[in-house]
Write a protein that binds this ligand. Structure first.
Ligand SMILES: C[S@@+](CC[C@H](N)C(=O)[O-])C[C@H]1O[C@@H](n2cnc3c(N)ncnc32)[C@H](O)[C@@H]1O
Length: 271
């Protein structure tokens, strides 16, 4: 089957289930990107299964290099940390930390660096359901919204401050993913680069980004995509597979380097 790789941006296909969102426009008023993100974002699939995959893949490895490119406010990083802690405890999870998270949007990174995390109503319950009731151990609701956040037009229901037990396990900095991808450590690296590929606005950029990831990464490494990276029409899963990554047959959002080929994966995305 032939994939249509012509990308056209369709707002109706934008991710809709978000904890915080913000539209960023350029000087001409054209939309550059949105910061939409949420904790335990459902497009990853089963977060317990994902954590088990990480734990099993690296059971014989002392240190895992964990990167998040296009992190937005940090929801994916905090979700990974909470899930690994819940399943494997401080000792079992510590080789994955600190997670190195970046986004090219310096404003959303400044929110994360200062330890704030915007949430939507009900997200506290979601956290409790994933962690055995640890919302208050990990987060504190903030009653006074800082001026720099008020000025950002960030959409959220309530604001939290992340407690050190989580905050100390992730480092945030501002970086463009297309440059940051050259700086990744090659082996034993997990790279979450999710729900941002459509913002690389022509296919040659997405092909180059996939090729650069493949060239930079080495043994026992993998890239993790989001659903928006395909449903938007960007077809990042095809770009990664064309570069040589192998889709994990159990978790279709994970693309590995240096594992045996199976036929199952691409068919999942094109059916
Ligand atoms: C829709 S959000 C996705 C956030 C998060 N990865 C997730 O899946 O929940 C897209 C993010 O990608 C960021 N972004 C877009 N292009 C980027 C680039 N070239 N380098 C780094 N970040 C980028 C935006 O600033 C925005 O925060």
């Amino acid at each position: 089957m032939e994939l249509n790789n012509k990308f056209s941006y369709n707002t109706y296909q934008m991710p809709s289930f978000t904890a915080s969102g913000r539209t960023v426009v350029n000087a001409l008023g054209e939309m550059m990107h949105r910061n939409d993100t949420s904790l335990f974002r459902s497009d990853l699939g089963n977060w317990d299964k994902f954590a088990k995959f990480l734990y099993d893949k690296y059971q014989n490895t002392d240190k895992v290099n964990f990167y998040i490119l296009s992190s937005s406010a940090g929801d994916e990083g905090y979700s990974v940390i909470m899930k690994l802690l819940q399943k494997y405890g401080e000792d079992g999870a510590k080789k994955f930390f600190p997670i190195i998270a970046s986004d090219y949007d310096s404003k959303i990174i400044s929110v994360a660096q200062k330890g704030y995390l915007p949430m939507y109503d009900g997200e506290d319950d979601l956290i409790n359901s994933h962690t055995g009731g640890k919302f208050n151990e990990y987060f504190e609701k903030v009653s006074k919204i800082p001026d720099f956040i008020k000025e950002m037009d960030l959409e959220f229901d309530f604001l939290t401050k992340v407690k050190p037990v989580l905050r100390d396990k992730i480092k945030f900095h501002t970086a463009d993913a297309t440059e940051e991808c050259h700086l990744l450590k090659p082996d034993n690296s997990i790279v979450m680069a999710r729900n941002f590929w459509p913002y690389l606005k022509d296919e040659s950029k997405r092909i180059k980004f996939a090729d650069d990831l493949y060239k930079t990464l080495g043994d026992n490494s993998a890239v993790v995509l989001g659903k928006f990276d395909d449903t938007s029409g960007a077809f990042a899963s095809k770009n990664l597979q064309d570069s040589g990554f192998i889709c994990n047959p159990e978790i279709y959002t994970v693309f590995e380097k240096g594992v045996p080929v199976t036929a199952d994966c691409l068919s999942y995305y094109i059916r």
